[in-house]
Every structure is written in C-alpha cells, then in structure tokens.
Design a protein around this ligand. Structure first.
Ligand code: SF4
Ligand code: SF4
Length: 59
C-alpha cells in the first residue's frame, strides 16, 4: 500500500530522486505514482521531509 497526503506535499522532488524503480514523477498536477513499478521499499516515505507518504508492505 502506497499513499500520499497531497495537502502536505511540497513538491520538493526528494522522493522522486530516491525511488529505485523510477515509480515516482513530478507532474503539473502533483506527484504521480506507478503502482505497477513500486516495490514498496519505503525509501520515499523515509526521505519525505513532511511525512506526506505512507508505505506499508502488503503480505
Ligand atoms: S516505496 Fe520504494 S519503489 Fe515505491 S515509490 Fe517509494 S521509493 Fe519507489
Ligand atoms: S519528498 Fe514528500 S514533499 Fe517532497 S515531493 Fe515527495 S511527497 Fe512531496
């Protein structure tokens, strides 16, 4: 499970730069997340300065 609180996001791009699967992209409307690429590693959640992303591994 990958979730973003769009109200918190500053569009800093930090999560985009750490994602090992290139699943994140900053677009005009905000951050886009490709759930087919995401491996739920949690790196984006760790680097986000405002805690906008929540990642939980699905078993
Ligand atoms: S959890 Fe990992 S793979 Fe998924 S978007 Fe975040 S950094 Fe990328
Ligand atoms: S690291 Fe957090 S604040 Fe920065 S673009 Fe990603 S979700 Fe938004």
């Amino acid at each position: 499970m990958w979730e973003i609180d769009k109200k918190k996001c500053l569009r800093c791009g930090g999560c985009v730069s750490v994602c090992p699967k290139l699943a994140l992209e900053l677009k005009e409307f905000g951050l886009s997340h490709d759930k087919n690429l995401c491996i739920e590693c949690g790196l984006c959640e760790k680097i986000c300065p405002v805690g906008a992303i929540k990642v939980k591994k699905n078993d």
